[in-house]
Write a protein that binds this ligand. Structure first.
Ligand code: NAD
Length: 246
């Protein structure tokens, strides 16, 4: 129960890694604030956590909508009193080779994966500064370490998230707030559905554990980083990939 008495807000919490992280945090005693643009799915997820005896609330939130983010943060503060953990997990892909990538594809991915992280963090930072404590966790990727074919927009966003992490660790660390990034390898979620089976086989072969990861394996690392077990980890970008970058 490492997250007892903590209020954790997770974006993109209705599916995949965000959903697994919400479930793991709940099992560690946290109060969950689940945010997702998928309204029905996020409601269902919060209801299923509540039915299992956890404290959980759902918000329909698109991380590209700053006014919506501010409204949710205000409401959460009024309802639960604090925001102790922010997991900037919402993310999308819109892949194309450089020569074919449209400006719309570029902007869509940057707006969610990079600007969304900026907006959500800026919106909770004041609350955490008032509390003089907090943990911010950002979803990067191994693609934010070594790039990837067909992912100009996604790679830029995930490199950028590591830049945010190291900058905010400096700015907020002295005020009692830790900021870290997680760089998953290739994890079995809907986000991989657009990849051809042949590419997925190549990714399995390139991994030194010869398999894709599971959402729960990423959730475990978020839970560790959110907890006091990681009390001296700040500004890190932790790769969780079965060693794919070796
Ligand atoms: P997923 O597609 O399974 O789930 C993403 C969730 O985010 C969905 O519920 C979706 O509705 C929500 N979402 C998307 N855009 C949103 C927006 N604008 N506002 C609010 N919610 C939004 O994805 P996943 O695989 O669980 O990925 C989660 C995060 O982990 C992403 O940031 C992704 O880039 C990162 N990541 C995933 C992998 C992987 O292999 N799955 C690897 C590295 C990094």
């Amino acid at each position: 129960m490492r997250l007892k008495q903590r209020v954790a807000l997770i974006t993109g919490a209705a599916a995949g890694i965000g959903q697994a992280t919400a479930r793991k945090f709940a099992s560690e005693g946290a109060t969950l604030v689940l945010c997702d643009r998928a309204a029905d799915a996020v409601q269902r997820e919060a209801q299923s956590l509540a039915a299992a005896g956890h404290r959980a609330a759902a918000y329909t939130l698109d991380v590209t909508d700053r006014a919506g983010i501010d409204a949710v943060m205000q409401d959460v503060k009024g309802r639960f009193g604090s925001i102790d953990i922010l997991v900037n997990n919402a993310g999308i892909t819109q892949d194309a080779r450089l020569a074919r990538m449209t400006e719309e594809q570029f902007d869509a991915v940057i707006d969610v994966n990079l600007k969304g992280v900026f907006h959500c963090t800026q919106a909770v930072a004041n609350t955490m500064l008032e509390q003089q404590r907090g943990v911010i966790l950002n979803a990067s990727s191994v693609v934010g370490i070594y790039g990837n074919f067909g992912q100009t927009n996604y790679a830029a966003s995930k490199f950028g998230v590591i830049g945010f992490t190291k900058t905010w660790a400096r700015e907020l660390g002295p005020k009692g707030i830790r900021v870290n990034a997680v760089c998953p390898g290739f994890i079995e979620t809907d986000i991989l559905k657009s990849m051809p089976p042949k590419v997925l086989d190549e990714l399995r072969d390139a991994c030194w554990q010869r398999r894709l990861g599971t959402p729960a394996e990423i959730a475990n690392v978020y839970a560790f980083l959110a907890s006091d077990d990681a009390s001296y980890i700040n500004g890190a970008a932790i790769e969780v990939s079965g060693g794919i970058s070796l």
